[in-house]
Write a protein of this length. Sequence first.
Length: 185
Amino acid sequence: MAYPHTIENGSGERLTFLRVVPDGETARVEAEGFATPGSGPPMHVHRLQEEAIAVVSGKLGYQVVGGAPQYAGPGERVVFAPGVGHKWWNAGSGDLHTTGWAKPPLNIEFFLAAIFDATRRGGGTRPSLFDAVYLTTRYRSEFELLEIPAPVRAIVFPIIYALGYLLGKHARYKDAPPPIEIPHA
């Protein structure tokens, strides 16, 4: 991928992937983000990645699964460990400007670009059902949207995934990278 590379979701989030840099025994993808008031991703988890967000300007709201909402301002950084469910949002009245990284990069650039594109094509509210199901099913070893009830993910999503395949809805993802498999102990 050529850097910098900017993606927008049509609902107030813009993210620019700046570079991939070595970080110890692995690497991290660095990014800069902007979010309008109230915008931000739903509760989710990066199973294999550490994610960091540093506030340049504005007010970041964030919450981990089971925890109370917390806030960070300019100069403060929040780090989410792999496997920790979380969400964040612009908790201020002006634009939120952040920098951050995900370590290791894995498929985060493709996944977020595809989700942002699907959201933008869906009018900026949410990705189409077929896109959301395809992406969250294919990359479930890496990412999970926790606001979708587990029975829906386990029972309904496989049916919609199969239907999407039969209807050719997944064709736009023919060149999608393979998911990263979690090693079993």
